[in-house]
Design a binder for this molecule. Structure first.
Ligand code: FAD
Ligand code: NAG
Ligand code: NAG
Ligand code: NAG
Ligand code: NAG
Length: 488
């Protein structure tokens, strides 16, 4: 009796899976609506247009976008989190174009830069308000010469170092015919030739390339502090990515980068559950049960974590195990008012560079201050990064006028180490996935999209593996010889 039922059941299941591959519905649940979660839903639809999947996305916040968010200060909108994109961030470029969003380019005139050590400016570029192209050109030549004089020819090596890294990264845009599906971060990085950079600190890497110590301690430190809030003892790969974010031709989405996430979700036919925080994920054997703090319960065949797990208390059953990782907190303070020149030992506000960067000095209360907008002579909007919260008392020393102050404490990005340890993309042997494992390589909007694109293919290929014949025409990761013998 039991055997007959079993056989009937098996037959039934087989019939179901073989004949209904276009009609069975797979429920996919994604935790997080940042660029990772939103681009995952986009790529799932892109690579599997005919499959019937229902995609549910959850976010504890009221708006999608995660670390892409804006603030409004005095009627103007500014990026509060992720702000700049590189000209070779091709997914972000394509999303922007596809969604009909505008592109905002950096201004023609370079911001004046000063490197502050807590007591004095170690280096300052010369500045000119002149609109004349000739004057601007001369100013940029003078600044280049001044930089060369201070930092020597290794300054030129900086560009090469960044270009080589960016070129390796471009492999992730190769056709899916030649680009394998990666089932772990290490293989993904090795395939592009980027893994070695995660095994050394940025400092060791650059010393090995004969960069001058002054360049590393000053200019490069200023950049890693601005982009990742960390010193040159961060991993070489995250360091290279942060240097790439200091070049020219940087851009942003007009009106806010978060619109990429909103637009992708809008076009991917998803069910959006905003203000719904997932508190438990339980593997019931082939099905995941996601419970939210709102008291709702959802079941899905596939569950994807699209947010860093480090500071979350999502309870997984059975428990998952990932390497311990700390997030670097970046306190972002927006101020409308005026800097106090006396704080910098200067007479006039106009002598303070538009971008004040800093070196590693534990006494320094902030990482950088930059001008966002000059409203009037005595009315400027600034953005400030620091590793600790800026108290009112401290701000009153740095600013002579402070009409508006707005603070955000971001669990901003991983605190990078070398050698870096990576969490798995697959958190169990079934269908529990973790996109942000890739964030330990580097944390940017584009790396989120690149990791999500791979994740979409990984999920679809593993789902189709369970069926007798693959309907996706995708190679599976284990069958790919590239993975076993990374070309390094
Ligand atoms: C100050 C700052 C500056 C930056 N500058 C840049 C830059 O200039 N350029 C650049 O490319 N990158 C920059 N970054 C990095 C960039 O923001 C991130 O790498 C990227 O946005 C991460 O996207 P994500 O989708 O992986 O994660 P997130 O954007 O963090 O999205 C995760 C989402 O999950 C939600 N969530 C978390 N837990 C739960 C739960 N239990 N239930 C439901 N929802 C949950 C969160 O609310 C969040 O919305 C910056 C970051 C910061 C903080
Ligand atoms: C971006 O779009 C162009 C044109 O549609 C396409 O050829 C290219 O492959 C896309 N790039 C990425 C990274 O998807
Ligand atoms: C959603 O997409 C449609 C087109 O597919 C567009 O008309 C609409 O404005 C979009 N909505 C939002 C909120 O972006
Ligand atoms: C999730 O919610 C369901 C339905 O309310 C409940 O039966 C289950 O025990 C909950 N799971 C956990 C882990 O709390
Ligand atoms: C800012 O505050 C000062 C007083 O501290 C005031 O004189 C000034 O008008 C204010 N400026 C703006 C733009 O609100």
């Amino acid at each position: 009796m039991l055997t007959t039922t079993l056989i009937t059941l098996i037959t039934l299941t087989l019939t179901l899976t073989t004949t209904t591959s276009t009609t069975t519905t797979t429920n996919i649940c994604i935790i997080g609506t940042g660029i990772s979660g939103s681009s995952l839903s986009h790529f799932l639809r892109h690579y599997s247009p005919t499959q019937t999947q229902t995609i549910h996305l959850f976010d504890r916040h009221t708006k999608p976008g995660g670390r892409m968010a804006t603030v409004t200060i005095g009627g103007d909108t500014f990026e509060a989190g992720a702000s700049i994109l590189h000209p070779k961030n091709y997914h972000a470029l394509n999303f922007t174009k596809m969604l009909g969003l505008g592109v905002e380019k950096g201004s023609e005139r370079a911001m004046s830069l000063g490197i502050w050590d807590g007591g004095k400016f170690l280096f300052k570029t010369v500045d000119s308000e002149s609109k004349s192209a000739v004057v601007q050109y001369l100013v940029s030549v003078v600044n280049s010469v001044r930089m060369l004089l201070r930092y020597g020819v290794s300054l030129l090596k900086m560009n090469t170092f960044v270009e080589v890294t960016v070129d390796s990264f471009l492999k992730y845009y190769e056709s899916t015919e030649t680009r394998p599906i990666f089932s772990n971060v290490e293989d993904m990085l090795k395939w592009a030739g980027l893994y070695d950079l995660t095994t050394k600190t940025l400092e060791d890497e650059l010393v090995g390339l004969n960069f001058s110590p002054l360049l590393i301690q000053e200019l490069i430190t200023v950049i890693t502090r601005i982009n990742y809030g960390q010193s040159v003892s961060m991993s070489g790969l995250a360091g290279a990515v942060s240097l790439a974010g200091s070049g020219g031709d940087l851009w942003a989405v007009e009106g806010g980068n978060w619109q990429m996430a909103a637009g992708l979700l809008n076009r991917s036919d998803v069910t959006l559950h905003l203000q719904e925080e997932i508190s438990t994920v339980t593997n019931l054997g082939g099905l995941y049960e996601l419970n939210s703090t709102n008291g709702n319960s959802y079941t899905c065949q596939v569950a994807v974590v699209a947010t860093p797990l480090d500071e979350l208390n999502i309870q997984f059953t059975p428990q998952i195990s990932i390497p311990e990782r700390k997030l670097q907190h970046t306190y972002t303070t927006f101020i409308r008012g005026l800097l106090n020149p006396a704080y910098f030992g200067l007479d006039k506000v106009s002598d303070i560079p538009e971008l004040v960067g800093t070196i590693e000095n534990p006494e320094l209360p902030f990482t950088c201050i930059s001008v966002l907008k000059q409203n009037k002579v005595n009315d400027v909007t600034y953005k400030m990064f620091s590793r600790q919260s800026m108290t009112d008392a401290l701000l009153d020393q740095i600013f002579s006028i402070r009409n508006e102050t707005f603070r955000i404490n971001w669990g901003a990005y991983p605190h990078y180490h070398a050698p870096e340890k990576f969490a798995p993309f697959m958190l169990d042997d079934d269908h529990l996935y973790y996109i942000n494992a890739f964030e330990n390589a580097a944390s940017t909007m584009e790396t989120g999209a690149v990791a999500a694109e791979n994740m979409a293919r990984l999920i679809l290929s593993r789902l189709s593996d369970k069926k007798p014949s693959s309907s996706y025409g995708l190679k599976t990761s284990t069958a790919d010889s590239n993975l076993q013998h990374p070309e390094l």
